[in-house]
Design a protein around this ligand. Structure first.
Ligand code: HSE
Length: 379
């Protein structure tokens, strides 16, 4: 089958190269921006793809919501299967695009949108048909994992490691999506929709790694702890919980062994128990491999089922103790189980508190011009 590609950036080039070697698939026309069509296989209009009867499937790897949404809808309406790595698109329009695929008798698959090369959504979609998924999440952003690992193991600066992650093709076009936790949040939104038929669209708690400093890393290293950016999701009454925040793990935790751009995606099935999937969560070939894997499995799987609806996330029953570094004059906002003042800052570990409460206090402190870093304590 001939596969057209929308976008020829980091992932697009990887998909093209893989399709050249993949039995049963071949690369078709590649949509690029006007002025970039320097090779005969490159086209600059979506019509050249959707009107081409020899094209059986489209790989959308251009990123962003528009025009990707319009182009994907056009391709589905034209009876082409669509595979995408675009989590922003699926988080915003996944339910309607899956419905459009069903109406037109084609597949709309997006394994590559969550976990890079790790087949998380694929496995979750299969598991959700036969088992009750009790919880899911894990390390789902390669850029921040690479950064946290390099800061901790090599003592590098935040700005340096971010530049390195961008140069290696791990970060989004705007890396704010990675470091703010938005990219990881979109992935947990998709995972909840696959597992629970509930796509959380608001009510989230999201904290990235933008506030972390070398002094924070040194302090939790001295405590024998390792920081990772963690996504958490699961059922919550008629809704789901879904949040992203840094978490500190003791040295014995498997998360400490997740280094570089790797992801560790987890789900807990009522019958299967804990399932852990590890692999490269970002980068050209890992992500391209997930796109091509979906292309090889067209017709065999539905990721958002017809019952999938939008919900408001409910994190109110999720509770953790938090490691906090905060300006001394804001420290009275917390009940610390233990704390220590050093200069103008207080560092400590709070008594257990609800996730939305912790995130709201941090937001207040920042709105008042204060500075804070926080991370949940594992266990
Ligand atoms: N920017 C993403 C990450 C790419 O670092 O995980 C893969 O989704």
């Amino acid at each position: 089958m001939k596969v057209a590609i929308l976008g020829f950036g980091t992932v697009g080039v990887g998909v093209y190269e893989m399709l050249e070697k993949c039995a049963g698939l071949e690369p078709g026309p590649v949509l690029v921006r006007p002025g970039k069509a320097d090779k005969p296989f490159k086209v600059t209009s979506i019509e050249a793809i959707v009107d081409d009867p020899s094209v059986g499937a489209v790989a959308e790897v251009m990123g962003g919501i528009e025009p990707a949404n319009t182009y994907v809808a056009m391709a589905l309406k034209a009876g082409k299967h669509v595979v995408t790595s675009n989590k922003a698109l699926v988080a915003a329009h996944g339910i309607e695009l899956c419905e459009l695929a069903r109406i037109n008798g084609v597949s709309f698959l997006f394994s590559a949108a969550c976990g890079g090369g790790v087949p998380f959504l694929h496995n979750l979609a299969i598991a959700a048909q036969s088992d009750k998924i009790l919880s899911l999440g894990g390390i789902l952003n390669g850029t921040t994992n690479f950064m946290l690992d390099a800061m901790q193991s090599e003592g590098k600066d935040y700005a340096d490691v971010l530049k390195q992650a961008q140069a290696l093709g791990y970060a989004e076009a705007d890396p704010t999506a990675d470091v703010s936790g938005l990219d990881a949040l979109r992935k947990i939104m998709l995972a909840c929709a696959v597992a629970y038929d509930k796509l959380p669209v608001d009510g989230f708690s999201r904290e990235g790694i933008e506030s972390i400093t070398a002094a924070d890393v040194a302090d939790f290293q001295a405590r024998g702890l390792t920081c990772r950016l963690i996504t958490s999701g699961g059922p919550a009454g008629d809704s789901v919980y879904a949040y992203v925040e840094p978490v500190l793990f003791p040295a014995s935790s498997p998360e400490c062994a997740v280094v570089k751009n790797f992801n560790m995606a987890k789900y807990n099935g009522e019958n299967a128990g804990a399932i852990v999937l590890m692999g490269q969560g970002a980068g050209r070939y890992p992500t391209a491999s997930a796109v091509v894997r979906d292309l090889c499995g067209l017709g065999s799987l539905e990721m958002f089922r017809p019952a999938c609806v939008e919900v408001r996330a409910d994190n109110s029953n999720c509770v953790h103790s938090y490691y906090v570094r905060v300006n001394a004059d804001k420290a009275d906002r917390f009940s610390f189980a233990e704390s220590k003042a050093a200069g103008n800052a207080v560092r400590g570990v709070t008594v257990p508190m609800a996730v939305p409460v912790m995130h709201a206090i941090a937001e207040d402190i920042r709105n008042e011009g204060g500075s804070i870093f926080f991370a949940a304590m594992e266990g």
